[in-house]
Ligand binder design. Structure first.
Ligand SMILES: Cc1cc2nc3c(=O)[nH]c(=O)nc-3n(C[C@H](O)[C@H](O)[C@H](O)COP(=O)(O)O)c2cc1C
Length: 175
């Protein structure tokens, strides 16, 4: 691991407090571009990123996930996928749209951290409320949403706890 990547992976954390300061357009584009570059099964890229800056829409999304830190951030990125565009595994019909969308989300979250911006993957939202607010048609699924903005918290001095590698990696077989 390069020192730069190690640093990024260990210092990135979920940010749940944002400054009102707008996100410069160039930084937003850098973040979105990182999502665009993510790998996807069979390179299908079944994702779409909805960028919400408008306060009225952010407030409406706040009804789907009722946390002030979420909707008060200057930008919310909603990562959607179109499962009908995604690769499916022939053996069992497994659709990879959510996997692909998660990779795009992770790419853009890491790019944001590198740019000094905070993110927090929000998954526990009311999907029906998000669909209505954003006018999502049938066949489009929300993978996750994240606020994007400058963190209004000090960087955490210690990395988040993770299961040790010894409990994570198995040799040869499960267990
Ligand atoms: C799929 C997924 C869904 C998540 N949903 C939420 C959420 O709804 N609200 C929230 O505050 N954090 C959410 N998180 C953030 C996790 O709580 C966080 O990533 C985890 O605790 C590790 O902390 P770290 O991101 O600071 O390393 C979610 C993360 C993932 C990957």
């Amino acid at each position: 691991m390069s020192p730069a990547f190690h640093d990024l992976a260990t210092t990135r954390r979920s940010v749940r407090a944002y400054k009102a300061e707008p996100v410069p357009e160039a930084l937003l584009q850098t973040v979105l571009e990182a999502g665009r570059l993510a790998p996807s099964a069979c390179n299908k890229q079944p994702w779409r990123f909805i960028v919400v800056r408008n306060e009225t829409t952010r407030r409406a999304l706040g009804a789907a996930y009722a946390r002030e830190w979420f909707w008060k951030a200057p930008v919310i990125i909603v990562v959607c996928v179109v499962p009908g565009e995604a690769w499916t595994r022939s053996y069992d019909g497994k659709n990879y749209a959510l996997v692909d969308g998660a990779l795009a989300m992770d790419h853009l979250m890491l790019a944001a951290a590198e740019a000094g911006l905070g993110t927090c993957w929000v998954g526990s939202f009311d999907p029906a409320a998000v669909r209505t607010t954003l006018g999502l048609p049938d066949g489009v699924e929300v993978v996750g949403m994240t606020p994007l903005g400058f963190p209004d918290v000090e960087p955490n001095p210690r990395p988040r706890s993770r299961r040790p590698l010894g409990e994570t990696v198995m040799k040869e077989r499960w267990g």
